[in-house]
Ligand binder design. Structure first.
Ligand SMILES: Cc1ncc(COP(=O)(O)O)c(C=O)c1O
Length: 394
């Protein structure tokens, strides 16, 4: 057994409750958290070593603004080797984090009152990026099929109006875990061209795909689609670095990039010296760690799906094709619109509230399974026991 796997297995709630992480802090001791998209696993050793060295040398001053040449080069190499996507170095723009890129893209590529397409249920900041900026949500719900969520293209076409400007796309999709296939991406790209839409493609989960699924960057489909695509990504999700913000907007061409050039130069900030170093280490030295994490997550995913099928068949869950997030359809449990409350109170497990992902999320909850197999087993057991207790007292 590898030492990394041993370290993942060795996670203890008693220690995690004492950490500074909001995931473990918010609900306090006794509650097992399975909500915000952080992993419990220790960060890759090469990243730890680099950060330790910077701190020991007191190397915490300013760094390149907005982006170090090495970071830019590292991103370009990583996208080419991992996804066969060839990014022009001058099209890379530094951000603090990915959600900032969502907000900024909506602001610069549409005007108040205009439409933005969202495929619900969706990671809540997508909804906020549209509603808080006074834009209109043009909603296209994903449709749960027998094994995965599907795009209803007829409905999507009908949703697009003459003043629909932006498609806020999420691939791999949070919370459904879908990894969209080339044919689906091409059809979306054609729609964007036909209706002159800007495609904002959040690909932050792209490194977290499971066997049988390949991430294809939207902007790699060809120049016509790339020209209107803003890709948002970072190493923070796959390498568990959310506390060291460092993210990128990658433009496929001038159409997507020009309005960003016109912003005041410091409005969107940039990553600091620690985020810079961590991202470079992640993308150059972190792959062995990520491979171990993905193997571990795959086992967790499969165990979780099997657990629900056997012990709690009324919870419908489709195995995610990527991400460490499972979208639980709890409607058959008749827990009301908010299963989150039931599981928090009766199981002392904190899931994410399904309704926060848009109206199609009511009666659902999202479960983060990026923890040790023992903690995951305890989370699932607590949920089952809470439901069995309720059924006995009915
Ligand atoms: C789809 C998606 N985009 C963005 C984020 C957050 O990224 P950041 O921390 O860089 O804002 C998350 C976090 O879970 C996410 O799932």
């Amino acid at each position: 057994m590898s030492s990394l796997r041993d370290a993942f297995d060795a996670l203890r709630p008693e220690e995690l409750w004492r950490s500074e992480r909001i995931k473990w802090r918010l609900f306090g001791e006794g509650v097992l958290p399975a909500w915000v998209a952080d992993m419990d696993f220790p960060v890759a050793p090469p990243i730890q070593e680099t950060l330790r060295a910077l701190i020991e040398r007191n190397d915490l001053g300013y760094h390149h603004v907005p982006l170090s040449p090495l970071l830019r080069e590292t991103l370009v190499d990583r996208m080419a080797t991992r996804f066969d996507w060839h990014v022009e170095p001058r099209r890379v723009f530094g951000l603090v984090n990915v959600v900032q890129g969502l907000d900024a893209s909506v602001l610069v590529h549409s005007r108040p009152g205009e439409g933005v397409i969202l495929q619900t249920p969706i990671y809540p900041p997508f909804l906020a990026a549209v509603t808080k900026s006074g834009r209109r949500i043009d909603e296209s719900p994903l449709v749960p099929g027998p094994t995965r969520h599907e795009i209803d293209f007829d409905q999507l076409r009908a949703t697009i109006r003459p003043d629909t400007r932006v498609f806020l796309f999420c691939n791999p999709h949070n919370p459904s875990g879908r990894v969209f296939e080339r044919t689906e991406l091409e059809a979306l790209g054609e729609l964007a061209i036909e209706h002159d839409l800007i495609l904002v493609s959040d690909e932050i989960h792209s490194d977290l795909t499971y066997p049988g699924h390949t991430h294809i960057p939207m902007a790699s489909l060809g120049p016509e689609i790339a020209e209107r695509t803003v890709t948002l990504t970072s190493a923070t999700k796959a390498f568990n670095l959310a506390g060291l913000p460092c993210a990128f907007a990658i433009f496929g061409g001038d159409r997507a990039q020009q309005p960003f050039r016109e912003l005041p130069p410091h409005l969107l900030g940039h990553c600091g010296i620690l985020g810079n170093a961590a991202t470079i280490q992640a993308w150059t030295q972190g792959q062995p760690w990520l491979d171990e994490v993905l193997a571990y997550l795959l086992e967790n995913r499969d165990r979780m799906v099997e657990f629900f099928a056997k012990r709690l068949p009324d919870v419908r869950v489709l195995a995610p094709e990527a991400t460490y997030l499972a979208w639980l359809d709890c409607r058959a449990l008749e827990l009301g619109s908010d299963p989150f409350e039931f599981f928090l109170e009766h199981a002392r497990v904190a899931l994410s509230r399904g309704g926060d992902f848009g109206t199609p999320g009511e009666g659902f909850a999202r479960l983060n399974f990026a923890t040790s197999s023992a903690i995951l087993a305890e989370i699932l057991e607590r949920m089952a026991v809470a439901l069995e207790g309720r059924d006995r007292s009915k």
